[in-house]
Write a protein that binds this ligand. Structure first.
Ligand code: PEP
Length: 254
């Protein structure tokens, strides 16, 4: 697939996989995806498996991501994990502001922007998630919600940092539900986000930012979604938990 920006496909394993299961999955992926050069491939295991997964993928074409981090540097924050600690484990990406964290941990755009700044300060690339709920879409508020979330969660980032930030458009109604946005809905939202980035940054910078789609991506819909001009990859939940389906998504997107 000939794309303006290199595709990036990340697997969000959420709160799944023991260390042994994580290692089995990542070994299978390494084998299945050894020849893929056209796509940036990322796996985001739970914190408990990061260290051992890092050792298996070292030197391969698979990069490591975390699912969250603290907005603070190291210090007295019991139960939290600092960006520097992730960097030490060869983590390169970090998912921020996933809708599950926005919903269950009440994460705000302001908090997410602080985390994004802390991630960049530690040379991690944030994957910042945005997306509307079904009620918001039905009320015609999709663009308003996306604008608020993109503006709020990327506040304070320099243009250079914005280019190194991945935005994941994840309509909440499509996450884990089996309902996927149509290609037209996905492209429309992505084009809106890119247009907003043109206003916030400039045309040239906005064209370099990668925007992933997330929400029930599977092998059967990956190709069509990623063939859209402003869809630069996928953030995959359920289908990333099995090597076969995650590898197929990536192979189908090439
Ligand atoms: C996600 O959690 O980011 C996600 C997109 O999940 P799923 O692919 O299962 O809808």
């Amino acid at each position: 697939m000939n794309k303006e920006r290199k595709l990036i496909v990340a697997g969000n394993w959420k709160m799944n996989k023991t260390v042994a299961e994580a290692l089995e999955l990542v070994r299978d992926l390494k084998h299945e995806l050894a020849n893929i050069k056209e796509v940036d491939i990322v796996v985001c295991p739970p914190f408990t498996a990061l260290s051992e997964v890092a050792q298996v993928i070292r030197g391969s074409n698979i990069d490591l991501g975390a699912q969250n981090m603290s907005e603070h540097g190291p210090g007295a924050y019991t139960g939290e994990i600092a960006a520097e600690m992730l960097g030490e484990l060869a983590v390169r990406y970090v998912i921020l502001g996933h809708s599950e964290r926005r919903q269950y941990q009440k994460e705000s755009d302001e908090l997410i922007s602080k985390k994004a700044q802390a991630a960049h300060a530690a040379s991690l690339q944030p994957i910042v998630c945005v997306g509307e709920t079904l009620a918001e879409r039905e009320a015609g508020q999709t663009e308003k919600v996306l604008e608020t979330q993109v503006r709020g969660s990327s506040k304070g980032l320099s243009k250079a940092q914005a280019v190194e930030t991945i935005i994941a458009y994840e309509p909440v109604w499509a996450i884990g539900t089996g309902k996927t946005a149509t290609t037209a809905q996905a492209q429309e939202a992505h084009a809106f986000i890119r247009g907003l980035l043109v206003k916030l940054l400039d045309e040239g910078t906005a064209r370099r930012v990668r925007i992933q789609y997330g929400g029930s991506v599977k092998p059967s819909n990956a190709r069509e979604l990623m063939s859209q001009p402003d869809v630069d990859g996928a953030l995959v939940g359920g289908a990333s938990l099995e090597a076969k389906s995650f590898a197929e998504i990536i192979k189908n997107s090439v």
